[in-house]
Ligand binder design. Structure first.
Ligand code: KG4
Ligand code: ZN
Length: 358
């Protein structure tokens, strides 16, 4: 069974055809990042217009040589409303035109399917998702930092999350303050890697706060503080550090930026690793599934690999090209959610704040 997946929730216009929920047949991603660089972040109006301009070409290219399509899948949330609308409308038209079912997909749940994707010719392929349960999911991206309990494949419940900024957002905001450009995550990752490849060790790092929320605050919404993070204090600590040390320009001139970003990244990575360890110890998990753009972070990957070894769970992470937003993850998860089709799917609206398991 071949499904085409369409993804326009943020700043990637993407479409892909996937066979039986695992094997990627075609995968097309048009990234709008250069359009948003001058603004230091994604501008919804610009994103929406760029999706309109590119969606036809991207979907057309994904369908080229893909063979017969059996269903159309599309992200209907969470994400930016004007961006989601473009993909959803395109998907409805395509499903009608091809006379095949439409399947609405949750973007975050789809990120957690990415480790199960493979390409023709891949040697190491993950076992089927059903065999990897129960799993702890960690969706970590520009919009989300969420720990998800997955007792069986397709069942999701949030057990921890960020109370404010997502990890990717925290990286992007720091990069903006330090004038490193957008998106900040990859830039900070590279600078920190270079910093640690020199003589630097962890004793040289600035002790930024590790994002531990206070027990009992209302923002926890019933979740345990032990499994949640808050990055707003970290962001403020960075701002204060920059101000107290003469501002960004002076720190650049003094060659201090690498040490600052390495310290900042370490605070995020250690906060995420700590909550992940606590979450793993609360359950009897077979695997730890990590998805989303921030899972590209080399330090996070290293720390999570060690953590998984210590906690005796299998760590499942996607190939680099499937970590960021893409249509393949949408098409693939749709294979496992084929029951969500029919006329009801045809009348589905975008849900910008769609919850995991919602
Ligand atoms: O999953 P994604 O492509 O889009 C969302 O759904 O948000 O994630 C984008 C986020 C951005 O915040 C970007 O800075 C971050 O992922 N990111 C990274 C790295 N590569 C991308 N963060 C840290 N280290 C990286 N190597
Ligand atoms: Zn995403």
């Amino acid at each position: 069974m071949r499904i085409i997946g369409i993804e326009t929730s943020c700043d990637e216009t993407a479409a892909a055809v996937v066979e039986n929920g695992r094997k990627v047949v075609t995968n097309v991603v048009y990234t709008q990042i250069p359009l948003h660089v001058p603004y230091g972040g994604v501008v919804p109006e610009i994103a929406s217009r760029a999706h309109v301009e590119k969606i036809g070409e991207v979907v057309g290219n994904a369908m080229e040589g893909s063979g017969k399509i059996d269903a159309v899948a599309v992200t209907y949330g969470p994400g930016l409303s004007p961006a989601l609308i473009v993909g959803l409308n395109a998907a409805k038209g395509l499903a009608r035109g091809l006379s095949v079912p439409l399947i609405g997909i949750n973007h975050i749940e789809a990120h957690l399917h990415t480790p199960f994707l493979y390409d023709d010719g891949d040697e190491a392929v993950a076992a089927p998702p059903e065999q990897m349960m129960p799993a702890l999911g960690l969706a970590i991206s520009g919009g989300h930092t969420t720990w998800i309990d997955m007792p069986r494949y397709g069942e999701y419940s949030i057990i921890g999350q960020t109370l404010d900024d997502a990890a990717g957002e925290a990286f992007d905001k720091a990069a903006k303050l330090l004038e490193l450009g957008y998106p900040g995550g990859p830039k900070i990752d590279r600078i920190a890697r270079e910093y640690f490849s020199g003589d630097a060790d962890s004793s040289s790092l600035i002790p930024f706060p590790k994002g531990r929320p206070r027990e009992g605050v209302s923002a926890l919404a019933g979740l345990s503080a032990e499994l949640c993070v808050s990055f707003s204090g970290l962001k403020t600590a960075l701002l204060r550090y920059v101000q107290q040390n003469g501002g960004t320009e002076a720190l650049v001139a003094a060659g201090e930026v690498p040490r600052i970003v390495a310290s900042y990244q370490e605070a995020i990575v250690q906060a995420v690793a700590d909550r992940t360890r606590r979450a793993l110890r609360r359950g009897n998990y077979r695997s730890l599934i990590v998805g989303g753009g921030v899972s590209l972070n080399s330090r996070l990957r290293e720390v999570l690999q060690n953590l998984a070894r210590e906690e005796r769970v299998e760590l499942l992470m996607a190939k680099a090209k499937y970590c960021g937003d893409n249509g393949a993850m949408i098409a693939a998860l749709a294979y496992y959610r084929r029951n969500l089709t029919g006329e009801a799917a045809m009348s589905v609206d975008v849900k910008p704040c769609l919850e995991v398991g919602g």
